[in-house]
Design a protein around this ligand. Structure first.
Ligand code: GRF
Length: 187
């Protein structure tokens, strides 16, 4: 089974997923797509000898080019890992229930456009929530809106800051995302 990862940043989730399937004869990350030149995920692709593609905005939103690329690469699952663009409808339709995303909060709260990275944890701490966590969900044409696959929670203590919360959430991401990918590929 072939996994494509879409990322925009450091790619720590991408790395964990790559590590999880290392040596597996059932699945592998075979393609990495990123919309941000110089993003850390390109270094990961290089180190792991995985082909990577810099996504261009016009092509992504106005053509089927990336759908063709994914089809030709026989991609079975598209994994968004810190990918900051909304997935266009034609791509969602081309891979029904085969595109997933991880959001560093308990959706439906603290989701939607602009709610990513530290902004999420700032808002959760500011709202004095006593817990946060991750939401792994199917991707549809709206931000952070598809059917939930898994939610995992972590507690927030009074001395937690957005930084310490981000760390707690990242531990959950790195632990659970690879396992959900495996489950969805029915491995
Ligand atoms: C994580 O917070 C993830 O929940 C969100 O974007 C970030 C990705 O981080 N979707 P990384 O690039 O995988 O380190």
């Amino acid at each position: 089974k072939n996994i494509a990862i879409f990322a925009s940043g450091a790619g720590s989730n991408a790395q964990k997923i790559i590590d999880h399937f290392r040596g597996s004869d059932k699945a592998a990350v075979t393609l990495i797509l990123c919309n941000k030149p110089g993003a850390g995920v390109f270094t990961i692709a290089e180190n792991e000898h995985i082909p990577s593609i810099l996504i261009e905005k016009e092509r992504f939103f106005k053509t089927d080019d990336y759908i063709q690329i994914l089809k030709e690469a026989k991609i079975d699952l598209v994994v968004l890992a810190g990918f900051l663009w909304k997935v266009p409808g034609n791509l969602v339709q081309a891979f029904p229930d085969r595109i997933i995303n991880i959001h560093p909060a308990l959706l439906p709260k603290y989701g939607g456009k602009g709610m990513y990275g530290h902004f999420v944890h700032d808002a959760v701490i500011a709202a004095k929530e006593t817990e946060s966590g991750i939401t792994i969900h199917f991707v549809n044409e709206k931000y952070d809106d598809g059917a939930t696959i898994l939610q995992e929670r972590c507690t927030i203590t009074p001395d937690d800051t957005p930084e310490t919360l981000a760390k707690k959430v990242q531990v959950l991401e790195h632990k659970h995302y690879p396992l959900i990918v495996e489950r969805l590929l029915t491995l």
